[in-house]
Design a protein around this ligand. Structure first.
Ligand code: COA
Ligand code: AMP
Length: 628
């Protein structure tokens, strides 16, 4: 069936469309109740019983694919390569699930995972899924305070970590960070399981900590626990507009069905192909396309513990593609910008060695046309921009090449994926005509796999996503559709920024800056960066009488953000301003500031309190070299 027919059917007959997709998976009890609605809330496959780990591992082994490679681990930072068959991975996962069980973990319990990109991270995730426990993976670049906030929200009994991560050539000890987070958290964590890596052996506290290898070798393999399709598989925290991250909940059944569909429809791979998402398990891309998607679909996935450059050079991605005969690579545009910066003429690319590669997928931030063109020209491969979010768990817009391949247009993530009724709305919720920019919203119901709620905060779910436009999910992104229905995502309409493909909240950074004793007022905005897409810029107003040298203050603010949020925030610049442009009611005019730093025409609103503030801020920006 062509794209238009599939798209129309998914919207007009979601029950039939998704029932057909669900039938492709091995359920314990197949769902009959496909889509149910109650008070404007939707559930998928509510009477289905299943287990995600069973679908990802046991099923393939039962089908005789136990010897097929499930996971390849490639770590240029440690010089290690390892390969796991489906049978081997199943054995490791079952035993680690047994170890978690011995620590008291059962269905519905939460387990926080704070790990680098090593196979044990995927093993821990799958082991939780096996028990029906809910994992919450926290990205290793977040500081202890961020980890503590997530511990307090998810309330886990167990934390799984490793003794260290490796950032190019720096060993980052994780255990002291976890200890500090446990100390900061209100919720008390009973057990911490540590995978010891030879680069740094962590000190263990016998009353709470245990060694991964020891607990796994003493454990009996655990069987799969049957869960309802609507039971949560994981919580993944993502940045919202306030200081408190949102715990996006993912269910088991809808997630499995959606990912299985996407591997074919969007990524056009076959079971047994090698699929490489060069991301991190701490992000949604890692959840969906390093761990669950490829395994449920019966493909081979790669866990790459390295960077696109400097491990050892800009040829790293091309080396991995050739060595493992990768069919599809998926990474953030920033990774290709980094490669391009170091190897602008593509000297490290040998197009013949890439004959295995079908296409290069990019998401996580806007794909700028220059990076799109360079990647396409240097590799000779199709470059597919696709748009999605932690909340949806899988692509909303893409070139659905597994169904029908369309011509791409630079700057566009092509067309809505079957199941997503994407509309561009004006302030009053009316659909805008082609080429007019507005808020990108998705008409309810969303397809399977998208978030059913925010962990323990249904009200925030409604307030954040459903209340802006009745009957729609509000994505937080702005953009437009052209006359052919192609979707162009132009950026966030809220205070979320995207730094090197990492989603961060400026509100959260503002809370940190505001805690400095010399700071009276502050704001953080995203400014364009040629490699990371955006980087944060802090603007602070000093308290009367504050006597502090500007560069000393800047250094302190940078250290505070690094300490509170983590190095991943890439907060490297703060300027002192004499005042900030505000409305008469006292709201900081962030849009005006954003227009100023991007050197666009500044639209001064009539509600501005004092227009002179704009010139004052401009002068401060010029002094600091932020603008010309
Ligand atoms: N654990 C500990 N620290 C981490 C970390 C982790 N897992 N990941 C990143 N950091 C640290 C880095 O060491 C760096 O610290 P520094 O300020 O002391 O140098 C900081 O966080 C910022 O890291 P990063 O954003 O990775 O910047 P970089 O300059 O080190 O590398 C790129 C630039 C482009 C190579 C890198 O950002 C990259 O590979 N981006 C791809 C992003 C991606 O895959 N996103 C996934 C979403 S799809
Ligand atoms: P995350 O939840 O971390 O995956 O970040 C989601 C956000 O990243 C989206 O809301 C967009 O702002 C941005 N984003 C993701 N993919 C794209 C894309 N292909 N084009 C433009 N922006 C994107």
């Amino acid at each position: 069936m062509d794209y238009q027919s599939q798209y129309k059917r998914a919207i007009s007959d979601p029950n039939g469309f998704w029932h057909d997709q669900a039938k492709k998976l091995p359920w314990f009890t197949s769902p009959e109740n496909i889509l149910s609605e109650s008070s404007g809330r939707y559930e998928w496959f509510s009477d289905g019983e299943m287990n995600t780990c069973y679908m990802a591992l046991d099923h393939h082994v039962k089908q005789g694919r136990g010897d097929q490679t499930a996971l390849l681990y490639d770590s240029p930072v440690t010089g290690t390569k390892q390969s796991f068959t489906y049978q081997h991975l199943l054995d490791e996962v079952s035993r680690f699930a047994g170890a978690l069980q011995q620590k008291g973990v059962t269905k519905g319990d939460r387990v926080v995972i704070y790990m680098p990109m090593i196979p044990q991270a995927a093993i821990a995730m799958l082991a939780c899924a096996r028990l029906g426990a809910i994992h919450s993976v926290v990205f290793g670049g977040f500081a202890p305070r961020e980890l503590a906030v997530r511990i307090d929200d998810a309330k886990p009994d167990v934390i799984v970590t490793a003794s260290c991560g490796i950032e190019i050539d720096r060993v980052i000890e994780y255990k002291p960070l976890v200890d500090e987070a446990i100390r900061l958290a209100q919720h008390s964590v009973n057990h911490c399981i540590v995978f010891q890596r030879e680069q740094a052996i962590a000190d263990l506290d016998a009353s709470r900590d245990s060694d991964w290898l020891e607990v796994a070798s003493n454990a009996e393999p655990a069987p799969c626990t049957s869960v309802k399709a609507t039971d949560p598989l994981y919580i993944l925290y993502t940045s919202g507009t306030t200081g408190k991250p949102k715990g996006v909940v993912r269910d088991n059944g809808g997630h499995a069905v959606a990912l299985n569909f996407s591997l074919n429809a969007i990524y056009n791979i076959k079971p047994g192909d090698v699929f490489w998402a060069a991301s991190d398990v701490g992000w949604v891309v890692g959840h969906s396309y390093i761990v669950y998607g490829p395994l449920i679909y019966g493909a081979t996935t790669i866990m790459y513990e390295g960077k696109p450059v400097r491990t050892p050079d800009a040829g790293a991605f091309w080396r991995v593609i050739e060595e493992y005969q990768v069919s599809v690579i998926f990474a953030a545009p920033t990774a290709f910008r980094a490669i391009r910066k170091e190897d602008p003429e593509g000297k490290k690319i040998n197009p013949e060695a890439l004959s295995c590669l079908n296409a290069i997928y990019m998401a996580g931030e806007r794909l700028d046309p220059a990076t799109y063109d360079w990647t396409r020209e240097q590799t000779g491969k199709p470059v597919i921009d696709h748009w999605w979010q932690t909340e949806t768990g899988w692509p909303i817009c893409a070139n659905p090449v597994g169904i029908e391949a369309f011509e791409t247009k630079p700057g566009s993530s092509t067309l809505p994926v079957p199941g997503f009724d994407v509309q561009v709305l004006d302030e009053s919720g009316n659909e805008l005509p082609a080429n007019e920019q507005g808020a990108i919203a998705i008409k309810l119901p969303m397809p399977p796999g998208c978030l059913p709620t925010i962990w323990q905060d249904d009200e925030r779910f409604t307030a954040s996503y459903l209340s802006r436009y009745d009957g729609y999910y509000c994505s937080g992104d702005g953009g437009y559709k052209d006359a052919d229905g192609y979707v162009f995502i132009m950026g966030r309409t809220d205070d979320v920024i995207n730094v090197a493909g990492h989603r961060l909240s400026t509100g959260e950074m503002e809370e940190v800056l505001a805690a400095h004793p010399a700071v009276a007022e502050c704001t953080v905005i995203g400014v364009a960066d040629s490699m990371k897409g955006q980087v944060p810029l802090g603007m602070v107003l000093l308290k009367d009488g504050a006597d502090i040298d500007e560069s000393a203050l800047e250094a302190e603010l940078i250290a505070m953000v690094r300490d509170a949020i983590g190095p991943v925030a890439s907060f490297k610049q703060a300027i002192v301003v004499p005042r900030l442009p505000k409305t008469r009611s006292g709201k900081i005019l962030r849009k005006v500031l954003r227009q100023m730093v991007s050197e666009e025409t500044v639209n001064v609103p009539s509600t501005i309190d004092d227009p002179q503030a704009i010139d004052d801020v401009k002068q401060s920006m010029r002094r600091k070299g932020v603008i010309q």
